[in-house]
Structures are given as structure tokens and as C-alpha cells.
Design a protein around this ligand. Structure first.
Ligand code: GDP
Length: 285
């Protein structure tokens, strides 16, 4: 079975198997509805799927294609890699931004890349401290400033330093909340502009971190971020130990954005690339 399902989505897979054991080949509409709800697919999406179900006897293959169809937008096309590749990380506080930045940094480092971090959440002293601790632990350089300083300056300095020292990859943290949403939108837009000034074309991608256990509220927050800055891809965190695997379907369907990775724990290695075929087959097989 797909490793991350075994590790994190076992409860979801078991829930599906309890209503759709492998030897069962066809299902009624009611059974399909039960399967989807057991998998924690949001009720609204279950309704949409059922409205589009015209057959009376639904086979396992049709169920598989329906689940894959809700993930239609999840595929991701890598942008061209121009070193230093600059990645901006956004998301509400508590979603798992800092932890995910560390996981990404570890991953790129393992790929042999020279990675530098920028502590751009200057609104929270704790965010700067926490990211600095991770950077030390992973032996990765970090550019930071004091709480309250301009995050755009941090972004500029990080990119500038990465350029002059020949680094491959820059990951910049950002604030998850300011006094108002307008402030946050303006701050993120300014960071974008300054990144481009520091290195034409940067940021090369903006990733949104979403807490996979938060359901609809995470979806609404994600839409707001997408309007503010434009998101290239998402990472869904905290899918370990929960039966909330179905939230992947709801998030992907509602946002129409690619899912790049899934977070399955609190350690640097707990990040798995997302593959919709492996995911659906892991749940159904
Ligand atoms: P931030 O405020 O967005 O920077 O969030 P943090 O990175 O500080 O994460 C908030 C909490 O969620 C911390 O306790 C993390 O250890 C935890 N966390 C982050 N990602 C995951 C994950 O994939 N699984 C689990 N179980 N916990 C996570």
C-alpha cells in the first residue's frame, strides 16, 4: 500500500474498506454515498458527485474515476529552475508553515541543493525563533531580522545573499495574520515585488500551507490567500493519525489547485509528494 496512506490515512482507508470490501464489485448509489462520507469527503462534494451519477449499478472502476475526477487539478507542472529558485510560503498561523518549511528545506538539501531560509514572518517573534531553531538543527543558513522589521527587506536580503553565495534554493516564510486582511494582502504583494527586484522572475512559486484537519474554514482561508497573492500549489498538513483523508478531495476540488505534498508528522522527513493515482488506489485497493 502507498506508504503515506499506511502511515497517515490508514483510518480513512479502513473506513472505506468497511463499506466497500475488495470482493464487492458493484455498489448502489446509497452505498457510494456511505463510502464517500466514511472517507470524510465533505457533504457538499458528495452531493455533487451523486448528482453526476447516472448509472444504477456503480462499479469499483466508476468509483475510482469519480474520485480521480475530483482531483482533476492536482497535477503540478514544475516551473523552470533558475538558481536561486525562490519559494514563498504562505498560510494562516498554526497551519504548519514553519514545520513545512523545515521539511522542504531538508528535502532539497537531500537532493544536493544548497538551501537558504528567510524568516519573513517578522510579525511573530516566535516564528523567527522557531525557524532559526530548525535552521540550526538542519544546518541551513537563515536570514532574519528583529520582530516588527520589514519582511520585504528580509526577503531581499535572503535572495541577495543566496545569489552572491551561489545558493540553489531560497525558502521565505511570511506572516499568517496581521492586524487586518488588507495589511496582510499589501504586505504579501510588496514581498512579491521586492523578490522580483532582487531576482527577476522571483518568487518562482508561492505555496500555500493548509491544515488538513480544518475542513471548510481551511478552504475559505485558502481562497482568500489565492486572491491576495496567487497560489501555485498547496501542501496539506496534519494528515497523520486522523481519518480526515477525504479532506484532500474537498480541498482539491474547491480550490482547483495542485497538491504538491502532504504533511504526515512533525519531523523533517514527514513530507510525502502527492500522487492522485497512488492516493486513490491506496484508498480503494
Ligand atoms: P505555523 O504557525 O503555520 O508556522 O505552524 P507550525 O509549523 O508552528 O505548526 C503548528 C503545529 O502543528 C506545531 O505543533 C507543529 O509541530 C504541528 N504540525 C505541523 N505540521 C504537522 C503535520 O504534518 N502533522 C502533525 N501531526 N503536526 C504538524
Amino acid at each position: 500500500m502507498f506508504g503515506f496512506i499506511k502511515k497517515s490515512l490508514n483510518k480513512t482507508a479502513e473506513a472505506i474498506k468497511s463499506v466497500a470490501p475488495k470482493k464487492k464489485i458493484t455498489f448502489t448509489k446509497d452505498e457510494i454515498e456511505d463510502i464517500l462520507l466514511e472517507a470524510d469527503v465533505e457533504y457538499d462534494l458528495v452531493e455533487i458527485i451523486m448528482e453526476q451519477t447516472y448509472q444504477e449499478k456503480i462499479t469499483r472502476e466508476i468509483l475510482r474515476s469519480k474520485l480521480l475526477a475530483t482531483l482533476a487539478y492536482t497535477e503540478y507542472k514544475e516551473p523552470e529552475y533558475t538558481a536561486p529558485f525562490v519559494e514563498l510560503i504562505v498560510g494562516v498561523n498554526g497551519a504548519g508553515k514553519t514545520t513545512t518549511i523545515s521539511k522542504l528545506a531538508q528535502r532539497y538539501k537531500n537532493e544536493g541543493k544548497k538551501v537558504m531560509l528567510g524568516a519573513g514572518d517578522t510579525f511573530r517573534a516566535a516564528a523567527i525563533e522557531q525557524l532559526t531553531l530548525w535552521a540550526k538543527r538542519l544546518d541551513i543558513p537563515i536570514i532574519s531580522s528583529k520582530q516588527g522589521h520589514d519582511p520585504s527587506a528580509v526577503a531581499y536580503d535572503t535572495i541577495d545573499s543566496a545569489k552572491s553565495k551561489g545558493y540553489d534554493h531560497v525558502i521565505i516564510d511570511t506572516a499568517g495574520r496581521l492586524h487586518t486582511q488588507t495589511n496582510l494582502a499589501n504586505e504579501l504583494k510588496k514581498i512579491n515585488r521586492i523578490c522580483d527586484k532582487a531576482h527577476s522572475g522571483a518568487p518562482h512559486r508561492t505555496l500555500l500551507i493548509i491544515d488538513g484537519t480544518q475542513g471548510n474554514s481551511a478552504i475559505n482561508q485558502a481562497k482568500a490567500f489565492n486572491e491576495m497573492v496567487g497560489i501555485d500549489g498547496i501542501i496539506i498538513t496534519k494528515l497523520d493519525g486522523t481519518a480526515k483523508g477525504g479532506s484532500i478531495f474537498s480541498i482539491a476540488y474547491a480550490l482547483e489547485l495542485p497538491i504538491l505534498y502532504v504533511g504526515t508528522g512533525e519531523q523533517p522527513d514527514d513530507l510525502t509528494p502527492f500522487d492522485k493515482y497512488e492516493f486513490v488506489d491506496g484508498l480503494l485497493d
